[in-house]
Design a protein around this ligand. Structure first.
Ligand code: ZN
Length: 335
């Protein structure tokens, strides 16, 4: 389907009708509002609205930020590829009910190539070729060398110097951040590009090489406050907590803490006091609020630490020494 055909197709689609079919039904019906199409977004108060621009309907979830055309609606709701979505729309998707498709075929186990890439990058970090990344992690981010070692951080010197399988991050020099499951096993990784330019800051392995577990359990070598568990936005922030001696877990892509994420955190929290420390911006606050609600409904109490506007845990830690001590005080304040 070429571009013109796609535009024509989108003009023919009754997006409101499609949203009726795709959006989860709820007790609260509201004209012109639908519940979020994405299964990970439990959207009790309908947050999706739509507009028509140039004859093409566009939807947007004002809570999680997802949106787009009818094609994006099928991608979000049914986990289809663009090609499949176009075929379903072209095939009169509205006249006939769409087949219900499972969102996932189940998690894809981590491919061996991801593990060997992580291992290679881990070795590079402590060589000359890894020096820019090591400097970035220690000097620019203030992370401790011991924390980097025990969390098996790596340096990707770029695809010219380090060959890798297709589907692994390859957009340039990057800090390679391994992701561990609650038992400490490597379950995934992310590459944080040092100079992303206009491109994305993070590179992930392709879906074929492993499923993003959404949570990264950081190792804290010297525990100063074992009664706390900091829930952070991203691995760099969790390593910041580990540098301060605090146990931490990172939510990857904090804009969408899912039900499964909340379940796993609730399950691993034990007696520890949870503190959610997401970024001081709108997506961070929405995500923190959502995670807090999900945990509360699971009988787990958590505190939300409102970081100053524009700050994340790493920038805050670098400008205020002893932030970890104040966190310990925060813990004693009654909810
Ligand atoms: Zn949403």
């Amino acid at each position: 389907v070429n571009h013109v055909d796609r535009t024509e197709l989108l003009r023919r689609i009754d997006l409101a009708g499609l949203l009726e079919v795709l959006a989860p039904a709820g007790e609260r019906r509201q004209r012109g509002r639908w519940r979020c199409l994405h299964p990970d977004h439990e959207d009790r108060h309908p947050s999706v609205s739509m507009t028509v621009v140039d004859g093409i309907g566009r939807w947007r979830c004002w809570s999680c930020g997802r949106g787009g055309t009818a094609i994006d609606a099928l991608l979000a709701a049914r986990n289809l590829t663009v090609g499949e979505a176009i075929r379903q729309l072209a095939g009169g998707a509205l006249a006939h009910p769409l087949p219900r498709e499972e969102r996932e075929d189940g998690p894809v186990p981590l491919h061996l190539s991801v593990e060997s890439y992580a291992g290679a990058c881990q070795r590079v970090l402590w060589t000359r070729a890894g020096r820019p990344v090591l400097d970035w992690l220690t000097e620019r981010r203030g992370l401790s060398v011991v924390v980097l070692r025990v969390n098996r951080m790596g340096a990707d010197p770029g695809p010219r110097l380090l060959a890798r399988r297709r589907g692994l991050p390859r957009a340039g020099v990057a800090a390679v951040l391994p992701v561990f499951d609650p038992t400490g096993r490597l379950s995934y990784l992310q590459a944080r590009y040092l100079e992303p330019g206009d491109g994305p800051k993070y590179g992930n392995p392709s879906r074929r090489l492993g499923t993003n577990p959404r949570l990264a359990w950081t190792r804290t070598p010297t525990l100063r406050n074992p009664d706390l568990l900091l829930v952070c936005e991203g691995i760099i922030d969790a390593l910041t907590a580990a540098t301060a001696g605090l146990p931490a877990v990172a939510v990857l892509g904090a804009a969408y803490p899912s039900i499964k994420v909340a379940d796993t955190i609730a399950c691993q929290a034990g007696d520890r006091q949870l503190v959610i420390a997401f970024d001081g911006d709108d997506p961070g606050r929405v995500a923190a609020d959502r995670l807090h609600r999900l945990l509360t409904t699971r009988g787990v109490s958590a505190r939300v630490w409102d970081l100053p506007e524009g700050a994340d845990l790493n920038t805050l830690a670098q400008t205020s020494a002893g932030w970890g001590d104040r966190l310990a005080e925060l813990r004693t304040v009654p909810a």
